[in-house]
Design a binder for this molecule. Structure first.
Ligand SMILES: Nc1nc2c(ncn2[C@@H]2O[C@H](COP(=O)(O)OP(=O)(O)OP(=O)(O)O)[C@@H](O)[C@H]2O)c(=O)[nH]1
Ligand SMILES: [Mg+2]
Length: 320
């Protein structure tokens, strides 16, 4: 058995620093807003607690997660574990860590014979960053010495096939494609057969962007999933939702609906370089507990990080 992304594999601290700087540069930073509020506060009172709640809601943590944190704070205040405003920030940070840490599972590519090719089905709304993430992921896997193949399952959007082929060419990995308008399930079926014939380790299937509210398109995705499963009962081995961090609270709805339709096993959050609105990840983790795999921090090939709860929280909510 070969495990590719081990749990808790340390990424370089340079990467973490870059993420921190990028998030800190943003104006709508949860950490900065909380710190400003707490620095000005002389004592803990109802007004301060209400303001804290508003900041967390404004940072896309969502009602349920915000309530969870507020309850933890109120309990700590009542029992005098927290007595001054300065003690609130570390308490929030600890609670956020408790929410996120259970979702810190790196993608395990268990390349047993029964799971070859390891099939990754990538789903999400339009423009979330699916195809780009696939390009970056193909590079990472290839750098690990794995044989990678891509399937151009987005047969809907004009130029989507060419876009994936460009990523394939950049990484020198084969791309299985048909013409625009073809049945995506048929493309992925072909790709699975080809991957078996060519002894491919990992097959990554792109899909067209779709709104989680479009029932017919969600049904199409379910069909893709069934066709993959018919080829190999253990596949797909990963159904990865890609969400754009700047989407805010809507990303929680996306995660709920895609999860209901195709049983997500992983989430990648993109565009964290352009925004500090990663707060919705806490809402998703708190409610759905789906493993968070990667963080996208740019448009280039190496702008994909394994998700690490500690560095994510330190980036969003640094203690000083
Ligand atoms: N800054 C930044 N841009 C990103 C990131 N990931 C993707 N993008 C950009 O977002 C845009 C959309 O990315 P795609 O990968 O085409 O998104 P998609 O989900 O495949 O889109 P559809 O196929 O149209 O549904 C492109 O301009 C990407 O370069 C990221 O992590 N950071
Ligand atoms: Mg795409």
């Amino acid at each position: 058995m070969f495990k590719f992304f081990r749990r808790k594999t340390a990424e370089t601290t340079d990467h973490q620093r870059a993420l921190t700087q990028r998030l800190a540069a943003s104006q709508d930073n949860l950490g900065r807003n909380l710190r400003d509020l707490l620095h000005q506060a002389e004592r803990i009172d109802d007004a301060l607690l209400e303001d804290l709640e508003a900041v967390m809601l404004g940072a896309d943590l969502g009602v349920t997660t915000t309530e969870r944190i507020m309850q933890a704070l109120q309990k700590a205040i009542a029992s005098k574990l927290i007595e001054a405003p300065a003690a609130i920030l570390p308490a929030i940070q600890a609670e956020l860590f408790d929410i996120l840490e259970p979702c810190e599972y790196y993608l395990d590519l268990e390349l047993e014979q029964s799971k070859r090719p390891f099939v990754i089905l990538v789903v999400g709304v339009n423009g979330a960053g699916k195809t780009t993430t696939i390009g970056k992921l193909a590079r990472r896997l290839k750098d690990e010495g794995l044989q990678v193949m891509l399937a151009a399952g987005d047969t809907f959007r004009a130029a989507a096939v060419e876009q994936l082929q460009a990523w394939g060419a950049r990484n020198a990995v084969p791309v299985i494609a048909q013409q625009t308008g073809a049945d995506p399930a048929a493309v992925i079926f072909d790709a699975m057969q080809s991957a078996v014939a060519k002894n491919i380790d990992v097959l990554i299937a792109d899909t067209a962007g779709r709104l989680h509210t479009q029932d017919n398109l969600m049904a199409e995705l379910q069909k893709v999933r069934r066709v993959i499963q018919r080829q190999n009962a253990s596949a797909p081995h990963e159904v990865m939702l890609v969400v754009d961090a700047s989407t805010g609270q809507n990303a929680l709805n996306q995660a709920r609906q895609f999860n209901q339709a195709v049983e997500l096993t992983g989430i990648t959050i993109t565009k964290l370089d352009g925004t500090a609105r990663g707060g919705v990840l806490f809402a998703i983790a708190n409610e759905l507990r789906i493993p968070i795999r990667f963080v996208g921090v740019g448009e280039q090939l190496d702008d994909l990080r394994s998700f690490d709860a500690t560095s994510f929280i330190n980036a969003i909510l640094p203690l000083e």
